[in-house]
Design a protein around this ligand. Structure first.
Ligand code: ZN
Length: 242
C-alpha cells in the first residue's frame, strides 16, 4: 500500500490541498494529529481529512484543547487565543469527530502517536535521550509521530546504545530498518526554517519512506488569518518556517 503520512495541519487548508495534489494517488492516509489550531480553516481541514481514503487519524494536543479535553491554560497566551477562536468556529460534527480520535494506534508494524509513544498527546521528541527512552514504549518495528513539526528520524540500531538522529533528504526513498521513530514534519506550520509543507509517503510492503516538501501559497493563508483576527506572530512564522 502507498500510505500518505501527514501531521500538524493546523487548520492550513492551502497547505493541505497542495500536499494532497502533490502526493497523487494513495491507498490510505495516516494523520498524526493537530488538524486544527493556529490556522484559519479548521472546519475545511477536518472535513478534507475525514474524506481521505482508509483514514486513520490520531488525536493531537491542539485537537484535544479544541474539544476542551485539556485545559487551554497549559498553552501560551497566543496559542490559547487561537484555540479559543477554533473552539468557537468548529461545527458540532467536526467537534464530534475530533472528540472520538484515539491517542495511539497500531497498524501492522507501525505505532502511530502524535507526540511520543510514552505520552502520546504531549511529549516532544526533540533529542536522542528522550527518543531512546521512548523505544521502550512501543513494540512494533516503527513508530510515526508528529508534534515537533520537525522532519527527523531516530534509529535504534542496538538496544544497548542510544538512538541516532538523522534528517532525511527530500525524495530520498529511505529503506526503513528496525527500529525507528519517524516524523514526517508539519503540513501547515513547519518549524525547521523551511516554510514548505512537509509530508511523507510510506510503502508498507517495501518499507520505504519517501519524505517530501512542497511550496504553497503562504500569503493567501496569511490573508485569511488577518481577516480572522488571529495572532500576528502565528501569521509571521508561516513565511519563515519557525
Ligand atoms: Zn502541532
Amino acid at each position: 500500500m502507498r500510505i500518505l503520512v501527514i501531521s500538524d495541519i493546523h487548520a492550513n487548508l492551502t497547505a493541505l490541498e497542495t500536499v494532497l495534489a502533490h502526493a497523487g494517488e494513495f491507498d490510505a492516509a495516516w494523520c498524526l494529529g493537530d488538524l486544527v489550531g493556529y490556522g484559519p480553516d479548521p472546519n475545511q481541514c477536518v472535513e478534507l481529512v475525514r474524506g481521505l481514503p482508509n483514514l486513520t487519524c490520531i488525536l493531537g494536543n491542539h485537537d484535544a484543547a479544541s474539544i476542551k479535553q485539556i485545559d487551554v491554560e497549559t498553552f501560551n497566551p497566543e496559542a490559547r487565543l487561537a484555540i479559543q477562536w477554533t473552539c468557537n468556529v468548529l461545527t458540532e460534527g467536526n467537534l464530534f469527530f475530533l472528540g472520538n480520535l484515539p491517542e495511539k494506534m497500531v497498524i501492522g508494524d507501525v505505532t502511530l502517536a502524535h507526540g511520543s509513544p510514552r505520552h502520546p498527546v504531549w511529549e516532544y521528541l526533540l533529542d536522542t535521550r528522550t527518543a531512546t527512552v521512548n523505544f521502550e514504549y512501543f513494540e512494533t518495528a516503527f513508530c510515526f509521530v508528529g508534534h515537533t513539526h520537525l522532519p527527523v528520524i531516530y534509529h535504534l540500531y542496538d538496544e544497548q546504545k542510544a538512538a541516532q538522529l538523522s534528517i532525511p533528504d527530500v525524495n530520498s526513498y529511505l529503506n526503513l530498518s528496525e527500529r525507528m521513530i519517524l516524523n514526517p514534519g508539519s503540513v501547515g506550520q513547519p518549524r525547521d526554517r523551511d516554510p514548505r509543507a512537509a509530508y511523507a509517503i510510506y510503502d508498507d510492503e517495501m518499507k520505504l519512506w519517501d519524505y517530501q516538501r512542497v511550496p504553497y501559497d503562504i500569503s493567501s493563508v496569511q490573508q485569511r488569518m488577518i481577516a480572522a483576527g488571529l495572532p500576528e506572530r502565528h501569521i509571521q512564522r508561516l513565511a519563515g518556517g519557525w
